[in-house]
Ligand binder design. Structure first.
Ligand SMILES: Nc1ncnc2c1ncn2[C@@H]1O[C@H](COP(=O)(O)OP(=O)(O)OP(=O)(O)O)[C@@H](O)[C@H]1O
Ligand SMILES: Nc1ccn([C@@H]2O[C@H](COP(=O)(O)O)[C@@H](O)[C@H]2O)c(=O)n1
Length: 246
């Protein structure tokens, strides 16, 4: 397995200010975190993209993703790269640009099976921590399911981004052609249900601030997230990571 973020930047001596964002499917983690990062001049790391890319890679190789041993074996050849510039996030496996392919509903339907493999989580978390500590920006916003609790539990700013299931389904359905809100709601629910067997991203851990966007528009949500980040930064918390896999 190899992985890099690009473009490569000179590494800051004290490391970037890390913002950890978790939440359920469709809660706005990716779009809101990216917008907040862009406004602050921070980098952005979508950790779900790595689980999706590994799912895509295993599927391309004809691997049944419920075969944990085969998926773990495939990691040895998984050459993963992700751009951490919020404005142009591209994802590569080897020379193949998989930015669009990893959003395919087939990948979404299979990714939870890959994410439940403990060895996969350990290996991807190594990649994430390498990017978090190695990034040359002032700060980096990383979003996923276990960033506040496992990947970067000591991040100075930690946020749980939520919205009601109905609102999440309506927003996601608005992105997709030909899918009813009820159909999308069922898909989101099924993925959350599977993912919750592995990690709790519905309850804010100690020290994690909840931002509920149910009654907020997009810009208001980005501002609410930025307010949490600014408050943490002003509080002067140390930007250490110190994550452990448990
Ligand atoms: N506060 C908001 N108001 C209106 N739309 C929003 C808001 N927050 C997010 N959205 C929209 O909701 C949709 C889902 O957001 P996004 O893809 O960022 O969620 P996500 O949590 O990253 O989902 P997933 O876990 O499935 O990748 C997007 O169309 C996004 O623009
Ligand atoms: N920290 C994370 C991030 C993601 N996952 C798994 O990946 C899937 C796709 O994530 P998206 O954020 O792109 O929706 C998600 O459904 C999880 O199975 C994870 O386990 N941990």
């Amino acid at each position: 397995m190899s992985a890099t973020s690009f473009p490569e930047r000179a590494q800051r001596a004290d490391g970037p200010f890390v913002v950890a964002v978790d939440g359920p499917a469709g809660s706005g983690k990716s779009s809101v975190s990216k917008a907040a990062a862009a406004k602050l001049g921070f980098a952005f790391l979508d950790t779900g993209a790595a689980y999706r890319a590994l799912t895509w890679f295993a599927t391309q190789r004809g691997i049944d993703v419920t075969d944990a041993g085969a998926v773990i074996d495939a990691i040895a050849d998984f050459d993963y790269r992700i751009d951490t510039e919020p404005g142009r996030q591209r994802v590569f496996v080897g020379e193949t640009d998989v930015t669009g392919a990893i959003r395919d509903p087939e990948v979404s339907a299979r990714v939870s099976a890959v994410a439940r493999i403990a060895e996969v989580r350990l290996r991807l978390n190594e990649i994430f921590r390498g990017i978090l500590t190695g990034d040359g920006h002032d700060g980096i916003v990383a979003e996923g399911r276990d960033i506040t609790t496992v990947v970067a539990p000591d991040a100075p700013a930690r946020i749980l981004l939520t919205a009601s299931p109905e609102v999440r389904a309506a927003r996601r359905a608005g992105e997709l052609d030909g899918h009813s809100v009820a159909e999308v709601a069922a898909q989101l629910h099924a993925r959350d249900h599977a993912d919750l067997q592995v990690v709790d991203f519905m309850t804010a851990a100690d020290g994690v601030t909840t931002v509920d966007s149910t009654d907020l528009n997009f810009d208001e949500t980005v501002d609410a997230v930025i307010d949490v980040i600014k408050a943490a930064r002003n509080a002067g918390a140390a930007p250490s990571l110190g994550g452990t896999d448990v």
